[in-house]
Structure formats: C-alpha cells, structure tokens
Ligand binder design. Sequence first.
Ligand code: PY5
Length: 302
Amino acid sequence: MTLVKYVWFNGEIVKWEDAKVHVMTHAIHYGTSIFEGVRGYWNGKNLLVFRLEDHIRRMFDSAKILGMNIPYTPQELHKAVVETLRVNEIREDVYIRPVAFVSTPTIVLDIRKLDTSLAIIVMPFGKYLKPDGIRATIVSWRRVHNTMLPVMAKIGGIYVNSVLALVEARSRGFDEALLMDSSGHVVEGSGENIFIVKRGRLYTPPTYASILEGITRDTVLKLASDLKIEVVERPLTREDVYTADEVFLVGTAAEITPVVEVDYRPIGDGKPGPITTSLSETYGKIVRGAVEKYLHWITPVY
Ligand code: PY5
C-alpha cells in the first residue's frame, strides 16, 4: 500500500517504495525506536503544522531517555518535516510520523554504539476516533509503571501496552480502552490522555503518574486557563470516571474526543457535554490558524 509518493529517509527524499529496512534491523526485534505523531491542517489556503517544535523537542527527550543518538539537529528535523510535506504536495489534513530506530543488524542489547536511522513519513489523515462521542471500557491490562519503562518517552516497544489494551477493548465491542495503573487509578487511553469534568471543574492525572506528557493535554490546560475553567491534577479513580459529568480523551490523533459511555454507563446524559464541545471547537480553530494568540504554535508549510 502506497500512502504518498515520497519519504524522508536518513537525510534524503526517497520514493515510498525505496524506504526499506532489513529484517535484522534491531528495532524490529526489540522495539528500540522512538517516534512522534504530529498533525498538519489544511485551512483552505495553507497547510499548518501544529506545535512542531514541541513534538521535535519531545522526540529528542525520548531519545535521551532511551540512550539513543539522533544524528540531526532539531532545526534539521524541522526543515525535513516541511520538505517532506512540500515534495508530497500535501493540501489536506495530514499526519506526520517522524521515527528514529536502532538499525544495526545485531542481536546485541547494548545500543550505545549502534547506528540510528531516521525517517519522516506523512499521510493524509482525517478523524482517528468518532468525533461525536465514543464508548470506552476500562481494560484488564494495566498501564506500565514508570519504574518499569519510561512511559514519558514515545518508545516503540512501550506501545505493545497500548496495542494489547486497544485490541481488548475493540474485541469486546468498544471504541477505546481506558487503562488503570498498577495502583488502580485510571491514567490514560491507549493513545490519549484523559480529562473528566465534574461540577464545572476539570480533572486530569498529573504528569508524575505513569502517563505520556501529551502536547494536546498541555494545549487543553492552556485553553482551560483562558476560559477560566479550574483544573485539578490528581489521580482519578474508576468511580470518578463513572460519575463524571463529562469525559474526554485528548491526543494528536484523537484531538479532543468526547467519551459518552464507559463500561455501559452513560456519561452525563450520554451526549458530548458543553465543556468538551467548547474546548473541541476552540482547538479546531487554533490548529487551523484562526486564533491570533496561538499563531506561535503554527508552522506554515507553503
Ligand atoms: N498518551 C499516549 C499513550 C499516546 O500515545 C498519546 C499520543 C498521547 C497520550 C497524547 O499525546 P499528544 O497529545 O502529545 O499527541 N498518541 C499518538 C498520537 O499521534 C499515537 C496514537 C496512535 O496521537
């Protein structure tokens, strides 16, 4: 399946079909890759990449945590993302996936002296989850604790946790998984951070919980502050989620997605709530460059 014409691969633009790796690539065996998920939005005039600098910074943080060397500067990656979008002549909403992976053909685990490859793949992309509300379930798999794996880093291998969680949820007929940590607090979706609304206040797990420090989570915190909505960062119990007035999941792919049912219990009146809807509408305007205050988050491609 060919998604687009060109891929940025180790410093060059290559044809989609030429962006290949060997079966002995270290990352295939051990999950030794780090990646980012970034979105670009077409506003009818230009393609706008959202919070690109923050995503690139997190990619370098992930590399540092894993002990992997990225043989490029953040500025070079920034330019490479824009170049990849341009050569593919993308004029619609797009998902951008930079990925760095240990590429040396070896079974050795000490990656310190091994080679790193880096690719940037872009693909036209619409909604990741149903925007009008999803049904979620708390799955039996627990979110790995950050004493076991560095969940703050977007490391390929850690996503097996998310894969198992989402497959369990979908197999049972739900749209998305909610994961508890090992102490029984609800911490994340399979690829999203979680917020609940109770009596007009927002609650979300703190970053020292075992969560990915999401960039969309950060955007929501800033919007809540603009809208004068109080936010409390504290662990969430299963009961907090069941009895919330509103629940929503946030992430680059998921954007701001309302959760209208959890484990067969309707959330609020079973429809997207007013705070979720208002945040989601504002988010939609910001990413399309319609909010002056947040233009510093936008990288125009053309
Ligand atoms: N938590 C997890 C486990 C994630 O995978 C993601 C992003 C988030 C939170 C939200 O982070 P951010 O707001 O910075 O995107 N997930 C990826 C995404 O592109 C991959 C989803 C399949 O949204």
